[in-house]
Design a protein around this ligand. Structure first.
Ligand code: GDP
Length: 497
């Protein structure tokens, strides 16, 4: 990375909107602006920071330039932000002129990388910039903003410093190993280790919810073929996204869509339907349907309201038997609209006490209309098959076709994740996979240190584990960096960020 260059890049997406912004940063930023723009009120070079200047670019456009003076800018360098009319042609021409004047096109994330290098923000904050820009819901915005404002960096920095102090003392012992001196107070170290592992453990645990908030809480829609899963997905998304078809098994691939409900992001995973199939392609889809259940935090089990109880209970058993207890299961009986088509008196009831009514497809048999009754019968069925009945099993009647019951389903989804964004409070959640992995490794190392102390392992081994933990913590906010690490992080940014 050469920070002597002056870099340029469009900072807004070109072609949409009325105005585009082009960023210039580096030692020659003001000079470049003066070369390209004819300012009405004196040169940029002689301007103070935080000023706006009006100017023209000959035969091209009228622009406004915002002047920032080092170190009071995003990057910490002299910077100019040119606002021009948003036309691909104009933006391209201005970039050309700036390059001719000595500027270089910025690499991905180079502005933020410079900000990090100038000490404007730590690495975790730099990453939060990308998260903030990508945030699509109130919850993900809140978590990203929290991280941008310092988040857990400060806490980790403090923790790391204390560990460093102890590591230094331990290493001192190594220097005087002949004398068998103990500089580092073991019980003090143990106390620090205990509080550090507890805190880091909490952060590691927070990743699950943090990740769900950032990327959307994964929701799997599962159920028998033709139960109406694709129709339901479309109804929830309010758009035609997945393929709906009368031919059983046409939802062959998993389709993922996100939905923002009450500030929470949900990521739906549409599935192929659960049934035995000889069709190879479809079989793969069905396996995916099961695996999507494993990946989901919330599972919507769609039961087909237009097939007889026996089939419904089998389909339900297929879901319940494969779901782990840490997931939220919402069972819905779809196609309740088809009940309205039939007047109850037109069909012979088989068992009045159960309020059983023969449905649209008399050939299929009978069906229980009361959802609480159905839940009860399904529970009995599950027990008879030796499948544990999920706690508080209930069934919600819906129609993916008419929208009936969908508002209740939506509020069930929202309440399945606590109180949503307001529930987050000031919670520091880990949303970044890199941080999560580093924290996990640090936690491992610290546990090794603890175990080493307990076993009275040689000081050099314990000190090494401690050094490893210190290293891992340092990578999170950037106390230790390598070019590879930085390249990897910033390459995921856009150009202009
Ligand atoms: P999937 O295989 O579970 O994805 O099922 P689809 O969404 O493809 O739906 C299968 C069939 O059921 C289609 O003909 C849908 O139009 C129909 N269907 C889905 N939901 C409803 C509903 O709520 N009411 C009625 N009457 N038909 C529905």
């Amino acid at each position: 990375m050469n920070y002597q260059d002056t870099i340029i890049a469009p900072a807004t997406s070109v072609g949409s909107g009325a105005i585009s912004v082009i960023r210039i940063s580096g030692p020659d930023a003001l000079k470049l602006a003066d070369t390209v723009i004819d300012f009405k009120t004196g040169a940029a070079m002689s301007s103070e920071g935080y000023t706006l200047k009006y100017g023209t670019i000959k035969d091209l456009d009228d622009v406004i330039a915002a002047i920032f003076r080092a170190p009071h800018s995003y990057t910490g360098e002299d910077s100019v932000e040119i606002s021009c009319h948003s036309s691909r042609y104009i933006v391209a021409r201005i970039l050309q002129l700036l390059i001719k004047a000595g500027g270089r096109m910025a690499g991905a994330g180079e502005f933020t990388r410079r900000a990090f290098a100038a000490g404007k923000m730590d690495l975790a904050q730099a990453e939060a910039v990308a998260d903030l820009i990508a945030s699509e819901s109130a919850a993900s915005h809140k978590v990203a903003l929290n991280q941008l404002r310092g988040g857990y960096s400060g806490e980790l920095k403090e923790l790391r410093e204390k560990l460093v102090e102890l590591a230094v003392l331990m290493e001192l012992e190594l220097d005087f190993s002949e004398e068998e001196l103990e500089f580092a107070n073991r019980s003090q170290l143990q106390n620090l280790l205990d509080s550090a592992t507890a805190r880091i453990g909490k952060l590691v645990d927070s990743f699950r919810s943090g990740n769900a908030i950032k990327n959307g809480i994964p929701v799997a829609i599962v159920g028998a073929v033709n139960a109406g899963k694709s129709t339901l997905l479309n109804a929830l998304l309010g758009e035609e996204r997945a393929i709906v078809s009368d031919i059983p098994g046409t939802t062959r691939d998993t389709v993922e869509e996100v939905l923002n409900l009450d500030g929470m992001l949900f990521r739906f995973i549409d599935t192929a339907g659960i049934r035995e199939s000889s069709d190879h392609v479809e079989k793969i889809g069905i396996e995916r349907s099961y695996s999507s259940m494993a990946k989901a935090g919330i599972v919507i089990g769609v039961l087909d309201g237009a097939v007889p109880f026996k089939e419904v209970s089998k389909a339900c058993a297929a879901i319940v038997a494969r779901i782990s207890p840490d997931k939220t299961l919402i069972l819905v009986r779809n196609k309740v609209d088809s009940y309205d088509a039939i007047a109850p008196e037109e069909f012979p009831t088989v068992d009045r006490s159960y309020n059983v009514l023969q449905l649209k497809y008399p050939a299929f048999g009978t069906y229980d209309l009361d959802p609480s009754r159905l839940a009860e019968k399904i529970s009995d069925y599950l027990s008879s098959k030796g499948i544990p009945v999920p706690e508080g099993i209930s069934i919600l009647d819906i129609s993916a076709k008419t929208g009936e019951g969908l508002d209740t389903l939506r509020s069930k989804l929202v309440s399945a994740c606590g109180d949503g964004p307001s529930d987050l409070g000031d919670a520091t959640l880990v949303t970044n996979l890199r941080h999560y992995e580093a924290l996990e490794r640090a936690l491992d190392d610290l546990r090794q240190v603890s175990a080493g102390l307990e076993r009275h392992s040689p000081t050099d081994l314990v000190a090494q584990d401690l050094r490893n933990a210190i290293y891992e913590l340092g990578t999170i906010f950037g106390a230790v960096t390598t070019d590879d690490l930085l390249d990897n992080i910033f390459s995921k940014f856009c150009i202009g960020k």
